[in-house]
Design a protein around this ligand. Sequence first.
Ligand code: MG
Length: 665
Amino acid sequence: MKRIVSTILLLALLFATSCGKNPQPGKDAFKVPAYASGEKQGHITYQLLIYSFADSDGDGIGDFNGITSKLDYLDGLGVSAIWLSPAHPADSYHGYDVQDYSRVNPKYGTEADFKAMIDAAHAKGIKIYMDYVLNHTGKGNVWFAEAKKGPSSPKFNWFHISSDPATDIATGKFPMLTGYYANEWHDVTVGEIGYTGRLHFKVDFSGSAKTLTVSPTDAATQNPNTDTSVKMFLWIGEPGKAVRMYSTGTGIYEITLDVDSPWGVLVRTSDTSWDGGTKWGAPKGANVLTMGQPLTLSTDDANDILFGSPTAMKFQGAFGSWMPDLNYGALADAASSGPFQALAETADKWMEMGVDGFRLDAVKHIYSSETGPQNPDFLKLWYERCNASYRATHSSDLYMVGEVWMDADKVAPYYKGLPACFEFDFWERLKWVLNQRTGCYFANDLMGYRQKYAAVRPGAIAATKLTNHDETRAATILNRDLAKLKQAAAFLLTAEGEPYIYQGEELGYWGKDDDDGGKDQLVRTPIVWDTAVHAATRDLDGHFDMTLVTDEISVDAQTKDPESLLRCYYDWTYARNTCPALATGKMSAHAKYNNNNTSDKAVAAWYMTASSGSKALVLHNVGSSAVTLDLQGDKLDSMLVSLGSVSVSGTSVTLGASSSVVFVQ
Ligand code: MG
């Protein structure tokens, strides 16, 4: 980062203004900022992926203690809150298929570790926001397991489960489901399954049709066969175990066992190879075993062979067959519905532990009409329920931000329910600004969005961001152009709103989202702290860009490099945190350099003005050549922070290519 500052200006900077100056007297003397209490005014949140942020115990998976150990890093980055990826137990690595909202994922540590992390973060003035998934659960969810027991289960109606979805939707049984996502149904087996008691098993591989016959019996049980020459096993129960059978004739295998299985059994011809061909199960659509009758085995589908009396039904899940959507019923009944109350109770638990807010996933999908009034109304019920709990012990309102992935005008109605929503249009506009080198419309566009939000909720918080864990990385969109990446940071940290920095964005990580190819890990790369061997890579199943996981791009290396993107983030987060105008100000247009001035179209300019009166002039030149701006009427004697090449001469400022500056007014 080069700075051209006149002698007069340097003298002026020695006199304190209302805004702070990053205490970096020289390259060699650089120290990561350590914020004083109350200094972080900028409402900067860091989006953190627990599984790939920092690993404390060497198992290759990020964890709570890892986060605790890196709070100094986040503090230096000026972060006043962390949005954690889902912390609950889940089948997937990313955690959005929650098994149990009342517990933490043991992969990440214990509940005591989680609490210690919260306490340590609070000690540094950093809040903790949990990712909370209201739209759907996971197929392994404890409530879904209860629901699958059948219509007599009190949790059956917590989900949309039906043997005839079209009829049930048509007759109004599922009032949440309208439109496209109402058609996303998946197979589920409903009813009492499993078996506890004594069973005789007979596997017949003597003919072309391989069969399994299971019968209740009073005969004596047998220990598993220890003759390793016999290659026939039963895989029973949960957790499963391989039991070697006895050979009782050519191709015939038998054993009598006491069984306690919540589902059923599989037949295996190997207890060491788990590749295809060694697992024999039920053919598709015929996986219910009838006691005493042979079931023809299949190695093609090899579905679990189920004991009991299950029924084939369907469940609705907009995000696929592993994520059943929750059923809150008609809006009028939603707040008294079972899942609403259960989720609120677990939210209470986390708030009592110290959690400061929630990020709500996929809220436009809760009621399947994305643009209807139901979701904003539902979220209002949810927010007010949670905020009432929070306000019992706090003097301020609960923070809650929704993921409403739509254009700003469609996001605006959601402010009826929530104090904050992510502004996806921020990055949509900014990437166009930077790649088209056209800045003159940016401030006007953003102010237009803000007006729409404020019309619904005065004080609406625009949660600004570049990219998140579901999007192609900013560095890829900007062709890994370091000057553009620095300027993206400068825009994010000088605009009205409450900005989010996504893990790795501050280091310039690149990656193309490949959700369709099942490789969305490519945009969720682990942080490399010092050397690559310490990165939390294990949960990503090899789907990360090895060229990113290098020592050279590490936090250590970039902290030492005065030209690094990370050092740029330190500068601009410090400016935002210590200047009230940047931290909390409202945007307003510059009189000369605005959306009508297309002769200087590379320039984005605006004022930020806080309610205290603190005011700053923000200037960005996104062009590829220098511009000299006539700024009569603006104060140019107090430069807060700059990027690229900036020089002041009288009432003029010359901004080099891809250069930015803030002047305190
Ligand atoms: Mg670990």
